[in-house]
Design a protein around this ligand. Structure first.
Ligand SMILES: Nc1ncnc2c1ncn2[C@@H]1O[C@H](COP(=O)(O)OP(=O)(O)OP(=O)(O)O)[C@@H](O)[C@H]1O
Ligand SMILES: [Mg+2]
Length: 285
């Protein structure tokens, strides 16, 4: 029986197709069989323990790494390795911004234009309009001219999301955007991303250790463990049966005061509060 519960997105051509994706790094298989199809505007949470391969999967989708097996398609086209893809917006994991960085919020966002490796440079007026539009979309106009290093984690996260929106992507990849935020800040970012996805028809793949801030907002969960994946609605994937099969050993799913906890042998694998870093199952190699 397959652990892939619901490989099909709601309708239409998938924005992202992962077909039996496998990759080894440093001689060790990190991903062995990852399968998912994500539809337009769909919000998917990518959940897994430390070292499960979440960042690796994003790097594969971005064409920064080459898969050893399987197939990856973005908007029905195979990847072009080593080339940027304007259809994808990316907010990488953990960017700590020096408090003395001499950049204003809007300068940080504008890097999303300057970072493009091709294209005709935009006139200054058009650049400003695009940056303003992205700042407005994430609700960051009020602090657009403040030094970024002085802004809160949540404010910085909004700016990074604005930066990723500048190419008008169809797919937005966010690597642990909630990791430095308190529960309220995390909830706000999750709702912001969900709204942007809905309004702009952007498919979202958001990485988190702790799925709890996403429950009730995300459409489906893509759970990674032991190099394999399960995708589907939370209540179908996050069960003792499905996850035990995925991890390859018995795990339990507990509901504690409205929070979902995935536990094995007394250790919390997913669902611990705050940053969830302490919830690591197998340590990094
Ligand atoms: N370039 C590399 N060479 C060798 N091993 C690597 C390389 N990059 C990542 N790995 C290993 O691959 C595994 C998956 O790493 P990855 O960063 O994708 O995990 P993750 O799920 O994003 O973890 P975290 O939640 O801690 O961010 C880890 O064991 C890591 O040590
Ligand atoms: Mg990671």
């Amino acid at each position: 029986m397959s652990h892939h519960l619901e490989p099909l997105p709601p309708s239409g051509q998938p924005v992202l197709t992962l077909d039996h994706v496998a990759v080894a790094l440093g001689g060790r298989p990190v991903l062995r069989d990852v399968d998912a199809r994500i539809g337009p505007g769909e919000f998917v949470g990518l959940i897994g323990s430390n070292g499960a391969g979440k960042t690796t999967l994003l790097r594969l989708i971005l064409g920064l790494l080459r898969a050893d097996g399987g197939r990856i398609e973005v908007l029905g086209r195979p990847l072009r390795h080593g080339r940027g893809n304007r259809a994808i917006g990316y907010v990488p994991q953990k960017q700590s911004i020096d408090p003395d960085t001499p950049l204003r919020g809007r300068d940080l966002v504008a890097l999303g234009i300057d970072g493009e490796r091709w294209g005709i440079p935009l006139p200054r007026k058009d650049r400003r309009a695009r940056v303003d539009e992205a700042l407005r979309a994430v609700g960051a106009l009020a602090y657009a001219d403040a030094p970024v290093g002085r802004l809160s984690g949540g404010e910085q996260q909004r700016l990074l999301i604005a930066q990723a929106l500048l190419t008008n992507p169809r797919l937005l990849l966010l690597d642990e955007p909630l990791s430095n935020l308190d529960p309220r800040g995390a909830g706000e970012v999750v709702r912001l991303v969900a709204r942007l996805g809905r309004e702009r028809d952007i498919a979202v793949l958001l990485v988190a250790h702790d799925m709890n801030p996403l429950v009730g907002v995300m459409d489906r969960v893509l759970y990674l463990a032991d190099g394999r994946s399960a995708i589907g609605p939370v209540d179908e994937v996050v069960t003792g049966d499905v996850l035990s099969r995925l991890y390859g050993y018995p795990v339990d799913v507990l509901n504690v005061r409205g929070r979902v906890l995935v536990v094995a042998g007394g250790a919390v694998l997913s669902g611990a509060g705050g940053q969830g870093q302490e919830a690591a199952a197998p340590a990094r190699a």
